[in-house]
Design a binder for this molecule. Structure first.
Ligand code: HEM
Length: 450
């Protein structure tokens, strides 16, 4: 893409001072926005557009030998179908077709799955006394929920994610020594993406993207449109979600008493999203020239909005408490509602499994990444739950509708007792027949066994 070189930071083209919060990007690529007021002014309306792949890929194709050009063409056609890379009219059509996966009803329908996925991920973590939160909890949970949404296995989701990163790298191929090699690698990755999706489709559950694709229920889009956006959803739902979980965990597990309090969990999640947005910047391109406070934005210039700065409320009372962490305007994140509930389900499950979970006290290592902000390693300790005999007795009596703690339980009632223990983060006996009465279950669970 050809971008006009911006003048040095600190002065506009006309030699006047730059608007507050605006500075030049390195290498004269365009402008960096680090101010809430200016971010709202620039991102509202359609003076700025998303980075469409057409110009970059045309530039790349011009550097390729003839036989590699059809491969670049196929990659371009795939990239142009991705909603976040499409111009306004096409974008609206694609977004509308996928909107049904993210409305309130759809999120409500998937919430029980998120709850049980959260339990499955945190229970072994808690049982092991804790560990490294990002690799043991945040990423596996993001994978499980993302995979369910798309309608693929966890392994396929991970594979699709890796392959889609290889395809995305083609956008930088023109800068490489051997652009043809990068195009061939990207094209091979696209072919494997297509094979993976084709193999996964027949088994995809109803309600998932691939399941609804099978049922012909995704708007009037053609197969190529659905395919490209299914892959985009894989890309959109991994690092963002894992980052949100890691950043929120730092606050929730680092604040005494917060894990036990749903209101504080929610508020600290909000703080984390505001102050440490998982996606650090919003990238836009000037579609038509315009001026702001006498400063000219020229066609083709990149405008990069720093989300954490745009989120800051202290200096500029604009747009209420609105968050930029999920984007702004027509391209705002479709998964925002889902992602928040996903996080709340996780910390709820962690509280049940490990009510005393806390940061291990080591300094939090953070990733060094141009786009994502999250912990690299986050050690968490999960001390065994403090035993509460009376509470457990009450929970068992209620669940079994039985007030005699000495009555022998039936085999079905013992299964219920196992579930009650599991809900409190306690492991049950290997053979539930060993324990006959409610009293025995309580003694067993509150001894060192449970
Ligand atoms: C905490 C987690 C998440 C964060 C921080 C996040 C952030 C964002 C941001 C900032 C954008 C706008 C990018 C731009 O304007 O350049 C965006 C767009 C998008 N996100 Fe998310 N996202 C998250 C989770 C998800 C999830 C879980 C999904 C889906 C499964 C998702 C799907 C999308 C889609 C489809 C778009 C494009 C919308 C459009 O083009 O109209 N996101 N996201």
């Amino acid at each position: 893409m050809s971008h006009t070189r911006s003048p040095d930071a600190g002065a506009s083209a006309a030699g006047t001072a730059l608007p507050d919060g605006l500075s030049g990007l390195p290498n004269g690529l365009g402008w960096l926005v680090a101010d809430r007021h200016l971010a709202v002014r620039l991102l509202t309306g359609d003076r700025l557009g998303v980075l469409e792949p057409g110009p970059v890929m045309a530039d790349l194709a011009a550097r390729l030998p003839g036989q590699a050009r059809p491969l670049a063409q196929e990659l371009t056609s795939f990239a142009e179908r991705i909603m976040l890379q499409a111009g306004p009219a096409r974008h609206a059509e694609l977004r509308k077709a996928f909107g049904g996966f993210f409305d309130a009803d759809a999120v409500k329908a998937v919430t029980p799955f998120m709850g049980s996925a959260a339990e499955q991920v945190v229970r072994p973590f808690a049982g092991a006394g804790g560990g490294e939160f990002m690799t043991a909890v945040a990423f596996p949970y993001a994978v499980r929920v993302g995979a369910r949404l798309v309608g693929v296995t966890d392994d396929d989701y991970r594979r699709l994610h890796k392959l889609s990163q290889q395809v995305a790298l083609v956008a930088y191929a023109a800068r490489l020594k051997d652009p043809e090699e990068a195009v061939r690698a990207g094209h091979a990755a696209l072919a494997r993406i297509r094979e993976t999706l084709a193999a996964a489709r027949p088994a995809a559950p109803p309600g998932s993207v691939l399941g609804e694709w099978n049922a012909g229920a995704i708007g009037n889009l053609c197969d190529a449109d659905i395919e490209a956006n299914a892959v985009m959803l894989v890309q959109a739902s991994l690092e963002t979600v894992a980052g949100m979980l890691g950043n929120a965990a730092v606050r929730i597990l680092g604040t005494p008493g917060a894990l036990a309090d749903p209101g504080r969990r929610d508020a600290l999640l909000d703080d984390a999203l505001r102050e440490e947005p998982p996606l650090k910047t919003l990238e836009r391109v000037v579609r038509e020239p315009f001026t702001v406070d006498g400063h000219e934005f020229r066609r083709g210039q990149v405008v990069s909005v720093r989300v954490a700065d745009a989120n800051r409320l202290d200096d500029d009372p604009v747009a209420g408490r609105a968050l930029f962490s999920f984007g702004w305007g027509a391209y705002r994140c479709l998964g925002a509602r889902l992602a928040r509930i996903q996080a709340l389900e996780l910390f709820g499950a962690l509280h049940r499994a490990a009510p005393d979970a806390a940061l291990a006290g080591e300094e939090v290592e953070r990733v060094r990444h141009i786009r994502f902000a999250m912990p690299r390693r986050l050690r968490v300790v999960c001390p065994p739950p403090r035993t509460d005999r009376d509470g457990l007795t009450r929970a068992l009596c209620e669940a079994l509708d039985e007030h005699d703690a000495d009555r022998p339980l039936t085999s079905l009632e013992r299964e219920v007792a196992l579930v009650v223990l599991a809900e409190r983060g306690m492991a049950g006996p290997e053979d539930p027949r060993e324990l006959t009465t409610i009293g025995e279950w309580v003694r067993w669970a509150t001894s060192e066994h449970g």
